[in-house]
Every structure is written in C-alpha cells, then in structure tokens.
Design a protein around this ligand. Structure first.
Ligand code: UTP
Length: 407
C-alpha cells in the first residue's frame, strides 16, 4: 500500500486525522504508519452504535457434572485423564494477552507480585499449578502462552529471567495475538504515537486464529494433541489439565469441557452455562429472566446454577470449525492511552473510549456439545481483576491462605 492508497482508505472512513503528524515523521515512521493502516481491519469501528451481541435464541438448562458424581467416579475419571495426558494428547494454553487495565500495573498482569513475606508472582502461581499436573502424571505438558505486541517482550524476558519458574523451556511456545483499533466515544481513532494508531488486543477469543496465523496449529497436528486447556492468567488458584477434568471431558465425548462453579445466589452476576437453540452457550446474568432464575432441575435444584470461570478444555479437531465472523463483537468501554494535540501521552483515569473484543466464552456456542464440570469455588477460583475489593489481590490472598499456600 502506498501513501495515496493509505490516505484514501482512511478518508473513506472519516479518519484522515491519523495523518496529522505525517509531515514530522521520518521515512521509516511513515512506512510504519502506512503498514499499520494496510494491516488493520477498521470495519469494527462501525459497530460502536447499536446492539453488538445480536439476537439471542431460546435458552434451556444444560446439566453439569456435579461434585457428588465426580467424587463417586473419581478413579475412573482420574485414570482416563492420566492416560490421555501421558499419551501426550493434552496441551495447556495460557491467555496472557490482556492489558489488565483494572489492576492498573504497567507490567503484564502475570508479573504482579502478590506475595507478603516473599515475592510470589502471578506467573509463578500459574506455572506452579500446571507443574502439579506435570509432577502427578510424569508428563511435560506442552504449554502455549499467548501475549500481545503490548506485553510480549516483557513477559518473555520476565519468564526467562525466572527460569520459567521450573517449567521446561523447550515445552513452552509463545505467540502474539492480533490487535484491533481503539477509538473515542464518537468513533474517532486514537493515536498512541505520532506514527501509530492506538490498538489493543482483540479479545481472548483471538487465541485460535492468532495461533493458526503463527503456524502453531502444526504443533497440535504433529504432536497429536487432541485437547487443549485454555485458561486465564488471573485465576491464581486453578488446576490446569487436572486429570479428573480431562478424564471427564474425554469420557463424555464432548466438544469442550468447561469448569463451572455453583452460583452463590440466584442473582449472582456471573455468566451461566446453558443451551441456546440446542447448542451450548453462556447466558449473561442480565439476560436471565425471572422465570429462568426460578427454574428447577429434576432434583429441585436451580436449573441455571453454574457459572463459568474461564477454564475450558477444547477438542482440537473441532477448532477449525469455529469462525471469528460468527462470534459477537463486544464493544467495551476502557481507558485508552493516547497522544493529545501537543503530542504528549495522556493516560486517562476513567474510560475514554471503546475497544473491540471477541470473547472465548462465545466460542462455546459454535461447538455442538459441552460438559460443564463443577469445581469448588473456594478451591479453584481466585481471580485477580482489581487491586482491592471484589476479585482483587486482597480477596485472592485470602483464598490462597485458606488453601494453605504461603505468601
Ligand atoms: P479480562 O477480561 O479480565 O481482561 O481477561 P484484561 O485485559 O486482562 O483486564 P482488564 O479488563 O483490562 O482489567 C481475562 C483473561 O483473558 C486474557 C487476559 O490476559 C486474562 O487472562 N485476555 C484478555 C487475552 O489474552 N487477550 C485479550 O485480548 C483480552
């Protein structure tokens, strides 16, 4: 793409202001801006007005495998899981491409130190969790780590510096997720530098397409990986590729297993597993009707009672059937750093515009079957989203302490 073409592409969508500093740029910077314009999909900008999530279908309950069944079948599930893991058919994928804006640290979230008497980094906790399975099964599980252009270098350098917290370097593969443009509330693109339009990671559903673009789906095929456990960086109390979960999903012969926790109250603000038009799906708490909230299963327990915790075991052979363009695009209000009229960087204290994301939970609806698998909230769910209060460093520390983990 040359300058004229880039200029036309931007003026066609009313975004010519991105050339505002063009006259001041070096040849190299000009080329970089034009390359970014060529590579970026700006069609998302048209989505800031109107509904983004589309029409929802007809909801019905989806039964979860509950704790009592898991306990009763523990040996069977565990054995099936260990067999699958030992055969090298299971991989793990850490979603670490997010910006962690609510936590407010300039570093990647995984570098955050949650220790009290000694340093305990979030990455250290996460890798420690996976190492539990490695040690239990005697198998080095392939670990994919998704970063973004915003945090890749720091993440990779930090993990190397810490010797991957005991993980085997040659079992880890990094890849960067794709980016989407960010704009103000009126739809005007922000600039993050004179030669660069503001972009941010395109949401955690980007993991599969970004992985394929990096050519890494070859590893899945070459190594015979049939299952991939996709999980968030910010749950510091999770079990990853744990044999019972793997075994339960494999034996249920479903497209995906989803760890779920029992809701604390019928109106708790979590996305709940269900069927939508006969396919697995997640209904947001604000979409739950009064009738759904009061619906009961055959045992008289609430029928929509299990919230997702962002830990899914995907059957790899079904991933190719998931199409990005069939997933809803979420338009999210966020704090977006930008350069002002004088070229100075501004870091806003409040949300100042929109980012565009596709979410991993929307991948579930494109699959034909799902096993919601119940875990105990106090033992497997300590998300860190904020510095204090709900889902925070404070609340996670408390849960870790209750689980006997020294910080
Ligand atoms: P969150 O939805 O909490 O987003 O991510 P975030 O960007 O980390 O935090 P905030 O909203 O800005 O405060 C849940 C998980 O998905 C990953 C995150 O790294 C985290 O593990 N994620 C999120 C990505 O990998 N890529 C994304 O584009 C967004």
């Amino acid at each position: 793409m040359n300058y004229e073409e880039a200029r036309k592409k931007m003026s066609d969508i009313g975004q010519e202001h991105v050339f505002r500093y063009y006259g001041e740029l070096s040849e190299e910077q000009r080329a970089s801006l034009i390359r970014q314009i060529e590579e970026t999909d700006f069609s998302v900008l048209s989505r800031i007005h109107g509904s983004t999530d589309g029409e929802r279908g007809v909801f019905a309950p989806l039964a979860a495998m509950q704790l009592d069944e898991i306990k009763a079948r523990e040996h069977e599930l565990h054995d099936a899981g260990v067999r699958t893991i030992k055969a090298g058919k299971t991989a793990a994928l850490l979603l670490a491409g997010g910006m962690g804006t609510r936590l407010g640290s300039d570093d990647p979230k995984g570098m955050y130190d949650i220790g009290i008497t000694k340093p305990v980094y979030i990455f250290e906790r996460i890798i420690g969790d996976l190492l539990d399975t490695v040690n239990e099964t005697g198998t080095w599980i392939r670990l994919f780590i998704m970063t973004s252009e915003k945090n890749h270098d720091k993440t990779a350098a930090f993990l190397k510096e810490h010797d991957y917290f005991g993980y085997k370097e040659d079992r880890i593969v990094f890849f960067k997720q794709d980016m989407a443009p960010a704009c103000d509330f009126g739809g005007k693109l922000y600039m993050e530098a004179k030669d660069r339009i503001s972009v941010s990671p395109n949401g955690n559903a980007g993991w599969y397409s970004s992985m394929c673009r990096a050519g890494l789906d070859r590893i899945l095929t070459d190594e015979g990986i049939e299952w991939i456990d996709v999980f968030a960086v910010d749950n510091v109390l999770q079990r990853i590729c744990d044999p019972c979960f793997v075994g339960a999903t494999v034996l249920a012969d479903v497209s995906v297993g989803a760890k779920v926790v029992r809701k604390a109250a019928p109106d708790e603000k979590v996305g709940v597993m269900c069927l939508e038009d006969g396919r697995p799906s997640i209904v947001e708490y604000y979409e739950l009707s009064e009738e759904m909230m009061n619906a009961k299963d055959e045992n008289g327990a609430p029928a929509y009672n299990y919230g997702v915790i962002l830990n899914y075991l995907f059957r790899t052979s079904e991933l190719a059937g998931i199409a990005d363009d069939r997933m809803p695009l979420h338009v999210v209000k966020k704090k977006i750093p930008y350069i002002d009229d004088n070229g100075n960087t501004v870091k806003p204290a409040e949300p100042n515009g929109f980012k565009f994301e596709q979410l991993v939970l929307d991948m579930i609806h494109q699959l034909s079957s799902c096993l919601p698998y119940e875990v105990i909230r106090e033992k497997e769910f300590a998300p860190i989203k904020n510095p204090t209060g709900t889902d925070s460093v404070e609340s996670a520390r408390e849960l870790l302490r209750k689980n006997g983990i020294t910080l």
